[in-house]
Design a protein around this ligand. Sequence first.
Ligand SMILES: CC(=O)[C@@H](O)[C@H](O)COP(=O)(O)O
Length: 328
Amino acid sequence: MSDTTSIVLNGESRTTSASTIAALVHDLGLVPEKVAVEHNGEIAPRSQLDAIVLADGDTLEIVHFVGGGDHKGDDTWSVAGHTFRSRLIVGTGKYKDFAQNAAALEASGAEIVTVAVRRVNVSDPNQPMLTDFIDPKKVTYLPNTAGCFTADEAVRTLRLAREAGGWDLVKLEVLGEAKTLYPDMRETLRATETLANEGFHPMVYCADDPIAAKQLEDAGAVAIMPLGAPIGSGLGIQNRVTIRLIVEGASVPVLVDAGVGTASDAAVGMELGCDGILMNTAIAEAKDPIRMARAMKLAVQAGRDAYLAGRMATRKYADPSSPLAGLI
Ligand SMILES: CC(=O)[C@@H](O)[C@H](O)COP(=O)(O)O
């Protein structure tokens, strides 16, 4: 058994002297109901907090949900000074029309919509305008740089967005090629630096790469948005390990952006500890977009609750649900 244990708390390494997880939680002054614990790579159920004794070489991560995480609906998240209840962000592309888009948004409960500045009309009053259907006073508009393939193009696009609507909380995506729509991480990093220096708050679409995620954060990204799978593919989260590593390493919100196909994909992202999910195609291309929007809302909530609840430990073998002890 070890007297001093190195742990990761809210993404930061700390050393403490307690020997069981429950004692650690107490020593650190945390509220047990508001912590999630990962012990040697497995989520430890809260009921076992005081049963797990730490040994030398153990790995332990304690995630403390400051000010949230209970059942009273106060589980908010914040980015660049804006606080939201909904952890779902929806897009504004591929819908039949703005009316359907607005109805899906309503059903999703999302408080943020992302808008492709180069594709969606938000400023020409002679054309149908998104703002007539989705009120920017009630919903946060998150301008994005969809369709930009260089840092310069993306930065120019967001400067225009800021001039048109005053938006400085923005979503940056710099694509590498049309076939995969994978981000060009070199250009993305360059654009992040420029935007941060110009006073923007860039939420950044990126590869599911923990090192790149850290570099973006250092460059001024206010949120890290790794793809779950290629944009518009609906393939669901392809690499849970890298998403989890990004969540563990980040001190800004992490949101899966792109590739969600159905509700269970959204739940998986949230169960991995992401702060939220951004999606467009899964809702817009569903046979019934309004119903799918509602399903996504519930899935994001369910995944978040499951994460906060702390899943049971996995076992290699069966364990009877009705205890066999005492039976003849
Ligand atoms: C809406 C938006 O910003 C997209 O660029 C985003 O990446 C969504 O991807 P999906 O369409 O795969 O959900």
